[in-house]
Write a protein of this length. Structure first.
Length: 369
């Protein structure tokens, strides 16, 4: 009798809770549509008062996402809540003006994942074969923005991206930080007991070497052009597996036989968002510059001294050859702050006085999620 009563009471409670959820869902739906209507009004106002309206505002989106995280009280984490808002903002922006975003492909790569993380799933994402192609697509106006990798916490800087800036007038308008988690993927037809090949990008194979040595020491490891390509290949091979991220698994309908097999769980890649326009301050920004230094002793120290003098924190510095000049180099410098901040502006002005050439690649919001 007691057991029956307890079950009856629990069923009633669950029914009541579900009723509350349905009521809340209705309120959420109404508010999202109200937000979308306001976004449409913003679009109309911009079109009526601006010759070339800009609908995607990185600084505004960064401020909104940061505010979401700061006021979040749980039980969802701040980042998970921000990701929900990211998708709401994405579909609202799509109502204002559909966004076409080029990225270093193919489909299913970590750059693809970075594009979706930054712009949301409502954006139209276009895979391209090379970093140079991404720059060219954005420069030509065929895509509004581009997403390219710039550095990995384990492997270092992506030189092709830095070199592409030397011949381009595009700006950096944002950044994405993406934790790199590798999954051991199989297809529904894969015979997991007789796997004879494992496909992945060369860097991925290196980043998962210890796990592979422990779990598949005798299986052939085949390096391919990308993890997306690895995922694509095993669709037609019953004896093969691939190593790739979650986006590749979803795109190709693959099963995660093992998750997070990377040797370094803190491995992270930073990606840059490239576009045409300058970005207003968000309150938590970075500025990137490229400096051509004079060929004399102590030139680099002279270039960095204004940053210290004006209290600007440098977050990274990379060196690349200044083609076509022989034995000449340029420095890519990232710093905290926006070019409109007085200390950043003064530091860059002082660097301009002593360098051969200085170009501000962009001031943009620091990665939020």
């Amino acid at each position: 009798m007691t057991d029956h009563t307890t079950t009856h009471l629990d069923t009633n409670k669950i029914t009541n809770l579900r009723g509350r959820i349905d009521s809340i869902d209705e309120q959420i739906q109404t508010l999202i549509n109200e937000r979308a209507s306001i976004a449409q009004e913003v679009a109309i106002a911009k079109k009526n008062h601006e010759n070339h309206p800009i609908f995607y505002r990185p600084e505004r989106e960064a401020q909104v996402l940061k505010a979401v995280m700061e006021r979040n009280s749980g039980p969802l984490s701040g980042e998970k809540m921000a990701r929900l808002f990211r998708e709401i903002m994405s579909v609202c922006l799509e109502l204002e003006a559909p966004q076409k975003v080029a990225y270093l492909g193919p489909v299913g790569t970590f750059t693809h994942a970075a594009a979706l993380k930054h712009f949301g799933k409502a954006a139209t994402t276009v895979p391209l074969a090379t970093i140079t192609d991404v720059f060219r697509e954005v420069e030509a106006g065929s895509a509004m923005y581009g997403v390219v990798p710039v550095e990995n916490s384990s492997e270092g800087v992506v030189n092709h991206t830095l070199d592409a800036f030397l011949g381009s007038n595009l700006h950096i308008v944002g950044e994405v930080e993406l934790p790199i988690h590798h999954n051991f993927l199989v297809d529904e037809h894969t015979k997991v007991d007789v796997i004879s090949k494992i496909y992945a990008h060369q860097q991925t194979l290196a980043q998962c070497r210890q796990w592979l040595d422990s779990h598949y020491p005798t299986v052939e490891r085949v390096a391919v052009s990308s993890n997306g390509e690895a995922a694509r290949r095993i669709k037609n091979e019953w004896h093969s597996a691939a190593i790739a991220g979650g986006v590749a698994a979803a795109e190709y309908g693959l099963h995660k036989l093992h998750e997070n097999i990377e040797d370094n769980p803190s491995n992270t890649t930073r990606f840059l968002i490239i576009g045409h326009e300058a970005v207003a301050p968000s309150g938590h920004d970075k500025t990137s510059i490229v400096v051509s230094s004079p060929d004399r002793a102590g030139a680099l120290i002279e270039i960095l001294e204004p940053l210290k003098r004006h209290g600007v924190s440098m977050t990274s510095i990379e060196t690349r050859p200044e083609r076509p000049n022989k034995w000449a180099y340029v420095f890519f410098i990232d710093m905290n702050g926006h070019i409109d901040d007085e200390n950043v502006k003064n530091a860059i002005d002082d660097i301009i006085k002593i360098a051969k050439d200085v170009r501000v690649l962009g001031s943009y919001p620091q990665a939020v999620i």
